[in-house]
Write a protein that binds this ligand. Structure first.
Ligand code: CS2
Length: 494
């Protein structure tokens, strides 16, 4: 992009090249109806696009106000461009650009917690949606319960009107609505948690009950927490992506999002204060999301994590690079095949076609999705992605070697030293605990595997299951001895 190009904004939308799609509605007529917590790239490439489509059908009271819980980066980048941003949809055949107008404004929660609570409590806010990542729920992933000792929970209980955590904001805002005599908003969790609506409900009501029993009961009786299954691959945006998008636009966009052509959103149709016509924008409204969620977590996310840990260790930078190695492509297929027997597929979904489409999506050469990005926060992801399937397979006396290799890949990865002896930048809320266990055990599978399996928050009682211990210890031993590439090759060749 030429230096000095003007910044994308409402005033210059008509300067965009004809190939760039732009909001098909009058931006000045849109009013806020949704507050979204966790204004990351995923939300902007997924739910916000659907809402953009809803706005184009005339549902102008459903604009989004986004909140970043910590970092001001998104607000700082989007405010100078009227919160407009580009969605770049990348495929082997080329990239399509679309400017999204659904985001009306944003708040940095840490800077103005009371203002955010106020906005959420405003009766015009009918939905509060969330993509705060697995760790943003301040819960114990293994049990799904609120972690009452989580520092943010402790903080929020002592600073009820100036919270920090997502559950803290939701409870404070619902308490305010109750005091105002207003209906609760619908809480719509869009994170990759098992039974995500149910889990969010449990965490929020447990939090509220710590504040007051009555409030907990009012929320449990009155607020809706529909579960949702969200799916779209959204790699982190790089500087090179920003430059490419800005060149295509002829205007500078400091905060575009990169994604793939595929998108899916399945939502339980339970809303206490109304919703836009999501079905008209391609959302599947169903009475029970569980089969969709489990299918996605155990097929897509599980194989993604397996490719991420083992692919990273084998020296692959992206998922597409990893998939170019036929042994790793077979590994992904194998994880899916092994998980499939634990699932009841949603009616109307063809398992073989779904699996084939995942393999194709992972191989998209135009998406630069780093293995390192997916490897993040494994302690929060393993239970719903890999451990549930392991448990179900063990209950049926089925072999677990494939999933055990993925778990061992995670163990080898959180040891924070790669196969060449270089440091790995492990991002995980429990990283320090894993580093300590690794130091104490040393790179010895017989010691390290049981030590990590003993981390209750991740493995719970499954960690002491002898068949899991044996399989993971053997797999970790192979990783230390032969490296990830050969370990994967010998698994898929067996
Ligand atoms: C990925 C997901 O980063 C990760 O852990 O597995 O973000 C994945 O790309 C999405 O769930 C796809 O919908």
């Amino acid at each position: 992009m030429r230096p000095g190009s003007a910044r994308l904004g409402r005033a210059n939308l008509d300067r965009l090249p004809p190939a760039v799609r732009r909001p098909a509605y009058d931006l000045s007529r849109v009013t806020p109806g949704i507050v979204h917590l966790g204004l990351g790239a995923f939300h902007r490439a997924h739910q916000a696009v659907v809402i953009d489509d809803c706005l184009a059908t005339g549902a102008t009271s459903w604009g989004i106000v986004g909140a970043s819980l910590r970092s001001p980066d998104t607000r700082d980048a989007l405010a100078p461009q009227d919160h407009l941003y580009t969605l770049a949809v990348r495929a082997a055949e080329g990239t399509e650009h679309r400017v999204i107008g659904a985001l009306l404004g944003s708040v940095v929660a840490r800077e103005k917690p009371a203002a955010l609570v106020e906005r959420m409590a405003d009766p015009a806010t009918r939905i509060v949606s969330l993509t705060v990542t697995e760790k943003g729920y301040c819960h114990t992933p293994q049990t799904g319960d609120l972690d009452e000792r989580h520092p943010d929970v402790v903080h929020d209980l002592n600073n009820f009107d100036a919270p920090r955590s997502a559950p803290g904001f939701i409870v404070a805002a619902l308490a305010r609505r109750r005091a105002l005599g207003a209906k609760p908003f619908t809480v719509m969790c869009c994170d990759n948690l098992a039974a995500n609506g149910h889990t969010a409900q449990r965490i929020v009501t447990q939090f509220a009950a710590l504040r007051s029993k009555d409030l907990g009961k009012w929320i449990a009786d009155n607020a809706a927490f529909p579960s949702t299954m969200v799916d779209r691959i959204v790699p982190e945006t790089t500087d090179a992506d920003r430059d490419a998008v800005s060149s295509a636009l002829g205007l500078r966009d400091a905060w575009p999002v990169m994604t793939e052509p595929f998108t899916q959103w399945v939502v339980e149709d339970r809303f206490t204060a109304g919703r836009p016509d999501l079905a008209a924008a391609g959302v599947e409204l169903v009475s029970d999301v569980k089969p969709f969620e489990l299918m996605k977590l155990r097929l897509l996310n599980a194989s993604h994590s397996a490719l991420a840990y083992l692919g990273y260790l084998a020296g692959y930078e992206t998922i597409a690079d990893t998939m170019q190695d036929p042994h790793f492509a077979r590994l992904a297929a194998r994880v899916m095949e092994q998980a499939a027997v634990t699932l009841t597929m949603p009616s109307g979904t063809d398992l073989a076609a779904y699996r084939a489409s995942l393999l194709k999506r992972f191989s998209n050469p135009a998406l630069h999705h780093r293995t390192w990005q997916i490897a993040m926060d494994g302690s929060q992801k393993l239970p719903q992605r890999l451990l549930g399937a392991i448990q179900d397979r063990l209950a049926r006396n089925l072999p677990i070697a494939t999933h055990a290799l993925a778990v061992a890949g995670w163990m080898r990865y959180v040891g924070a030293t790669d196969e060449q002896g270089r440091a790995i930048d492990v991002r995980d809320p429990l990283a320090a605990e894993f580093a300590k266990l690794t130091r104490e055990a040393g790179p010895v599978a017989e010691r390290l595997a049981p030590a990590l399996l003993g981390v209750e928050k991740v493995f719970g009682p499954l960690g002491s299951e002898p068949r899991l211990r044996e399989a993971v210890t053997a797999a970790l031993g192979r990783l230390y001895q032969d490296g990830a590439r050969r370990a994967v090759e010998s698994l898929v060749s067996a």
